[in-house]
Write a protein that binds this ligand. Structure first.
Ligand code: FMN
Length: 486
């Protein structure tokens, strides 16, 4: 009798291919240009040879990366450029599968510059799932995601789930390879590249070992909320898209009253107009300004007053964790706006387009020293930041100054469990209202902005998105004229 065959883990290797999203087609234009067409849009991708277009046709079903990704022939370089351009515009996905069967996984990029990389893995490596990774149902498919990942993985073969469950505890690759359902090293490597899996060394604790110290303090739901409720690290629809306008009526602007006898407050406090306080007047006058008078930009002196009155550190104090003087020393500050636990984790970064007396550029506000520190950034990044603020306000011109409110997340999560990110957003609200009121007082105009691009900020500042990142934006300048509601 023949001995049963040993499972060597050397099954046919799955191929990694790139393919066009379903709704995208490629068209050769007269003159040699190739255009991508989707949703009534025609996007020129540049000039390519007829041979490159011929090979690009395979992108419909899947063009193996190995056929062009590292080749040195001119045609390989052309195809690489074309695929990179499609990738940069979010028009392709990647497929891992065997040629004659269906997909094992489909990889959907979540950040604009995602490119699948397959790091070397050896039998002696030990892998484990990131504590930020999760699987969920999306339509009729299961997706594996992580706020840290540059891509999500649509799981098309249920056997992969078995291996993922095993990876909730550290597994040596040589052990995994013996499993009947071993999906192949390429998939594991792609998951390592996306930080859905990570390598552990013997003796490492799983929480701190996950790459860097800035992750230790994050709760799972907080990092997910941060990455999915901002711009830059996901490919979901974002902003005022009214997705349910055809299906569900909007809720009324004012809540229908509770039944019961009303106590009429107008009778309780008949305020004569002249008795309205200065604070109440400022609150009534406050409004959002989206158009700015670029012939008379805000001045450096006005900006200095604005920052002094809204965000400057007024005093510093020290205490210890326990009242008896034990535990680590804690330092606190006093500032004009309230902050949960007096954490004051919010930092201000200024994208200056027009300000009399201050060169165009990107600055950090040092709230302790009451000073602006220039940060060198690429001019296309500064333009992109200002442009997206104009877009969010529905205007053409950039605001004179765009304040990015960034959070040093660990300052809050070092103390608070479960509520850290929520507290940060509440602090942003308190600061925004402080900005509005002070802008009104100084006869300036301002507007809160509901979106912020965490990936762009990370590129501009060189900081990881989970260490310090934007949680709010505020446009500031000299208002052109009062604006209607948005
Ligand atoms: C959290 C928050 C986010 C906002 N986001 C935007 C925005 O992205 N674009 C915009 O034009 N206005 C934005 N606004 C301004 C509101 O549209 C504005 O406050 C509202 O229409 C009421 O008008 P008023 O501020 O002039 O009283 C935002 C306001 C807040 C508080």
């Amino acid at each position: 009798m023949r001995a049963p065959r040993k499972n060597s883990g050397r099954r046919a290797t799955a191929t990694l291919s790139t393919r066009l999203l379903n709704h995208v087609t490629l068209q050769a234009q007269p003159g040699g240009d190739i255009a991508a067409r989707f949703d009534d849009v025609s996007l020129s991708l540049g000039r390519f040879s007829a041979e490159a277009f011929e090979r690009a046709r395979k992108l419909r079903v899947g063009l193996p990366l190995s056929t062009f990704a590292s080749g040195s022939r001119e045609i390989d370089k052309e195809v690489r450029t074309l695929v990179r351009r499609l990738a940069g515009r979010g028009l392709i996905e990647y497929r891992l599968g065997h040629s004659r069967s269906g997909d094992l996984v489909v990889i959907e990029p979540q950040v604009p510059d995602y490119w699948p990389r397959v790091p070397q893995l050896g039998n002696a490596d030990t892998l484990v799932l990131s504590r930020f990774a999760y699987m969920r149902r999306r339509a009729n498919k299961m997706v594996l995601e992580s706020p840290r990942a540059g891509a999500l993985f649509k799981i098309c073969d249920s056997k992969i789930a078995v291996v993922l469950v095993a990876l909730s505890a550290p597994q040596r690759i040589e052990q995994l390879r013996r499993q009947k359902d071993f999906p192949g090293l390429t998939l594991l490597a792609l998951l390592v590249d996306c930080q859905i899996l990570f390598k552990v060394d013997a003796g490492d604790g799983l929480r701190p070992a996950e790459g860097d110290d800035n992750l230790v303090l994050w709760d799972f739901h907080d990092l997910l909320f941060h990455a999915r409720s901002t711009e830059g690290r996901h490919a979901n629809p974002l902003g005022g898209a009214y997705p349910y306008a055809d299906m569900i009526a909007p809720l009324p602007a004012v809540r229908p009253p509770w039944p019961g006898k009303k106590i009429d407050l107008r009778e309780a406090s008949p305020t004569p107009a002249e008795a309205v306080s200065r604070a109440a007047t400022l609150l009534r006058e406050r409004h959002s300004t989206r158009d700015f008078d670029d012939r008379r930009p805000i001045t450096l002196a006005e900006l200095a007053r604005f920052l002094d009155s809204t965000a400057r550190v007024q005093a510093e104090l020290k205490t210890t964790l326990d009242q008896g003087g034990g535990g680590p020393e804690l330092a606190y500050t006093v500032r004009p706006y309230p902050s949960g636990g007096a954490s004051y984790e919010l930092e201000l970064y200024l994208a200056v387009d027009k300000c009399e007396g201050l060169p165009r550029g990107f600055y950090h506000y040092d709230a302790g020293a009451h000073a602006l520190v220039p940060i060198e950034v690429r001019s296309n990044q500064l333009d992109a930041l200002l442009k997206s603020a104009a877009f969010a306000m529905g205007v053409n011109a950039a605001p004179q100054i765009l304040l990015t409110i960034a959070a040093r997340f660990g300052r809050v999560s070092w103390k608070y469990s479960s509520i850290a990110y929520a507290l940060i957003l509440k602090d942003v609200g308190a600061l925004m209202q402080t900005f509005y009121v002070m802008a009104t007082d100084l006869d300036l105009g301002g507007c809160a902005i509901g979106t912020n691009n965490i990936e762009l900020f990370a590129k501009m500042t060189g900081q990881q998105f989970h260490a310090e990142g934007p949680v709010g934006q505020f446009a500031l300048g000299r208002g052109a004229k009062p604006q209607a509601l948005r």
